[in-house]
Design a protein around this ligand. Structure first.
Ligand code: NI
Length: 250
């Protein structure tokens, strides 16, 4: 089963999310998980997921949208959780690449989100950039698992997240010529610990690098992984699809 476990079809880059969803479901892609990143996109992700059978939602407040979490926000998130199409809390996490200045608020929002995941027994979809130590410590503290989205760390770090029960989300970067460290990760880590994702509309794989990304490009990522690992495309699609279905109960 070919699954894009991380896309943002609600991005303003697309004219209409319904069109991109229909196009995706008419391609080789079987299922997608739309990731929210703030309250508005989370609400919209849930309503889209309820409209299409093979579309699921992850909801949460991400590191680029930190805000003061109040009772009103928590109540709205709790209401969204009543939908059985919500399969994860995400995308949430820490990003110290753009700025470290709001580190404390990022951590505070992340803690709130992890608490919700724990309380509702849901997996998480985690964004982590230049913040591996803090992310690891918090995920361990809350004892949650899920997907580490757009994985960009070392093989050693990968193993420690896998020990926590995480899949490593592999996206378009794997097709880039200069992705030496990520290729090393894909080569050395068991396919059972990987998941496929596009992060559409961002991070288009080659040969579309720099252009608008679409969930159907997840096939190009599957092909690249098959090539690097020297296994068949079917194996990559079947094994990663099964892992994601199991992890998120799809
Ligand atoms: Ni994302």
């Amino acid at each position: 089963m070919l699954i894009d476990s991380h896309c943002h079809v609600l991005s303003e880059e697309y004219d209409d999310p319904n069109n991109i969803i229909k196009e995706t479901l008419n391609s080789m892609v079987d299922k997608i998980i739309i990731n929210g990143y703030d309250l508005k996109s989370s609400i919209e992700a849930v309503s889209l997921s309820e409209k299409y059978e093979n579309v699921y939602a992850a909801i949460g407040i991400g590191p680029e949208n930190v805000c003061d979490i109040n009772d009103d926000i928590i109540e709205k998130i709790n209401m969204l959780l009543t939908s059985n199409k919500v399969v994860a809390i995400g995308e949430i996490g820490l990003d110290y690449y753009w700025t470290k200045e709001n580190k404390e608020s990022q951590i505070s929002v992340f803690r709130h989100m992890l608490k919700i995941a724990k309380k509702n027994n849901l997996p998480v979809i985690v964004h982590c950039r230049n913040a591996f130590k803090d992310t690891y410590d918090l995920l361990k503290e809350y004892n949650v698992n899920g997907i580490l989205h757009c994985y960009s760390g070392s093989v050693e770090m990968a193993k420690s997240f896998i020990d926590l029960g995480f899949l490593l989300g592999i996206g378009g970067v794997i097709t880039f010529k200069n992705a030496k460290e990520l290729k090393d990760v894909v080569e050395k880590i068991d396919i059972h610990n990987l998941s496929l994702e596009t992060d559409s509309p961002y991070l288009s794989p080659e040969p579309y690098r720099g252009k608008l990304n679409k969930p159907e490009n997840v096939m190009l990522i599957a092909k690249k992984i098959a090539e690097i690992k020297g296994i068949s495309l079917e194996e990559v699609i079947n094994i990663t699809g099964k892992s994601v279905c199991t992890k998120f109960d799809l």
